[in-house]
Ligand binder design. Sequence first.
Ligand SMILES: [Zn+2]
Length: 101
Amino acid sequence: MIAYPKPLTLYEELIAAGVVLSLNCNGTLKIDAPSGYLTPELVRRVREHKQELLRLLKCDKCGSAEFHDVAIHNGRSTRRDCAICRRTAGFPCWKPEQKGN
Ligand SMILES: [Zn+2]
């Protein structure tokens, strides 16, 4: 009997391929993939499993899956930090201009 390897989850598949998943401060998924790796089919699968992938993201320093937003630049942008070790987990992004009502 041949023991087939357990099918990898999309997350494991991406990590094994050298893809770096991280979180943007606005809660979106940032994907750094080796050039040519992200095929349209893979992009479709990532979109399909986006919520699942976001839940699997962990701090690369302490392994915590808890993050919180930190206001920077006098509150004009936010950064996402690990809630445990404070490592920055995402790139800051500028808040869109607030439109007065
Ligand atoms: Zn951490």
